[in-house]
Design a protein around this ligand. Structure first.
Ligand code: ADP
Length: 455
């Protein structure tokens, strides 16, 4: 049974159920029919024999002869006997013993090889002697039509059950097509590792179609995640390869070619800068991997955002020794529940980007304000700006609008904004950007003071 397919099992079960129910119905109908027929016979035989017996008795109380009398009425065979049991007229079925004892006015049954009979004997008391009128009805004869209708019903029922079983099997087979497709697709994916495969069952409103479509959606997501992971690994190794190559070549130069202390120091300086770049990248990769795994420890506490942003601005001014002016429009005393270190990372990334993508001179405006429930922070610059076409891509990991400009001493790898977006989401907030190529950009970060939907 275990090895049978589900569609075969279902068909088998409901066919058996139909056979059982139909048999019960047919049997009940047949036995009810029999009961009605026998009840009808018992009332009919008595009535017919009684009425017939009256026709043989004359007004003077003597037996009278009825010429051309028919000893058959209402399905009752009748025979007349004299006091000695000799047949005087009529005929009862041959299989019954014609000389059997008479039982006055008692309805009885007799079963012979030919079938079951109802028998009723009526004594006719004439003046001088006694006659017997015997009435007989064959139950088998009466049942004939019931049996033949049972046979017809049985045949029709068998045909209907066959049609239902074949039709049902066909419908179940059709319904199972998506299930077969699901298992075939799953098997092919397992064998080939090809995540681009889909079930593609199309629109349908039944549960199995819904399952197939959900399966396709899940495959879509798995494929995207898998590709992102692959891209991430390849981008990360690509980014790490450059500083490693530079370090190796500088080391070779130091061991094989450098002669003076200045040359050694120069190479050592390059190695130091590349090592710093690698260290920054590794720490960013670590943070991103923790972000993905949700294992980054978040520490939400009441924080003075104005003060925190002020510190970051001071720090950034100190780091960037340029002609770029950093202007602050920070409303003092704004507090919110936030993770201090993550939030300062967000501010650092936004402000350092503003410095990095500004022209030789320009202004960066850092603003902080509040509404009753939210904190709004904006970092605007008058730098190179971002084209509308590239705007949606800047949040992607390792995306850099201009590789040549960014893959430089600063060690930028295109991870900053993806981290900013994640930190914004962590705080239940959002970040948007407005930018115009050649004119500048403005990043606006809004988050609730009391974050409820924390990531
Ligand atoms: P990166 O480490 O390269 O700065 P980010 O994720 O921080 O990576 O930024 C992604 C890209 O978005 C940058 O390479 C740059 O092209 C663009 N970008 C980010 N901030 C600005 C800005 N203030 N002005 C112009 N372009 C920017």
């Amino acid at each position: 049974m275990k090895n049978l397919s589900v569609k075969f099992k279902v068909t088998l079960w409901y066919t058996l159920a139909m056979i059982l129910v139909s048999s019960l119905v047919l049997l009940t109908m047949h036995s009810l029919n029999n009961e009605i027929i026998e009840r009808d016979i018992s009332s009919r035989i008595e009535k017919t024999v009684e009425e017939t017996s009256r026709q043989f008795l004359g007004r003077d109380g003597r037996m009278r002869s009825v010429p051309g009398f028919v000893y058959y009425a209402q399905g009752v065979h009748m025979a007349l006997y004299d006091a000695n049991g000799n047949s005087v007229g009529g005929q009862i079925p041959f299989s019954l013993d014609a000389t059997a004892d008479f039982m006055p006015n008692i309805l009885r049954t007799e079963i012979t090889a030919a079938g079951k009979y109802y028998i009723y004997d009526k004594p006719i008391r004439a003046q001088d002697t006694i006659y017997w009128l015997k009435g007989v009805v064959s139950v088998s004869d009466e049942n004939y039509s019931a049996v033949s209708s049972l046979k017809t019903n049985l045949l029709v029922t068998i045909i209907l059950i066959c049609i239902a079983a074949i039709g049902g099997y066909f419908i179940i087979s059709r319904a199972f097509v998506p299930v077969n497709k699901i298992s075939k697709t799953a098997r092919e994916i397992a064998d080939s590792n090809d995540l681009t495969q889909r079930i593609n069952i199309g629109a349908g409103r039944d549960e199995i179609c819904a399952l197939a479509n959900t399966f396709d959606e899940m495959l879509e997501k798995i494929e995207k995640t898998f590709n992102r992971e692959k891209q991430f690994t390849s981008d990360a190794s690509h980014e790490l390869r450059t500083p490693v190559a530079v370090i190796l070549s500088e080391c070779e130069y130091m061991t094989d070619c450098a002669k003076t202390t200045e040359e050694f120091l120069e190479s050592a300086d390059v190695v130091k800068r590349q090592a710093k770049k690698m260290s920054k990248l590794i720490s960013e990769l670590l943070t991103i991997s923790r972000m993905d795994k949700n294992t980054l420890q978040l520490n939400f506490e009441e924080t003075d955002i104005s003060e925190l942003l002020g510190f970051v601005c001071d720090e950034q001014i100190e780091i960037h020794d340029t002609n770029i002016l950093l202007e602050r429009k920070i409303v003092p005393g704004i507090t919110a529940k936030a993770d201090r270190s993550l939030l300062s990372r967000l501010f650092i990334n936004l402000i350092s980007n503003a410095y990095q993508y500004s022209k030789e001179t320009g202004t960066i405006t850092v603003s902080l304000s509040e509404t009753p429930g939210n904190v709004i922070c904006s970092v605007a610059d008058t730098g190179i700006g971002i084209s509308q076409e590239n705007l949606p891509k800047i949040w992607e990991r390792f995306y850099q609008v201009d590789d040549a400009r960014t893959a430089n001493e600063s060690g930028s790898m295109g991870l900053g904004l993806s981290m900013v977006k994640w930190i914004a989401q962590c705080h239940g907030g959002s970040i948007t950007v407005n930018s115009e190529l050649g004119k500048g950009s403005e990043f606006v970060f809004t988050f609730p003071k009391e974050p409820h939907n924390l990531k």
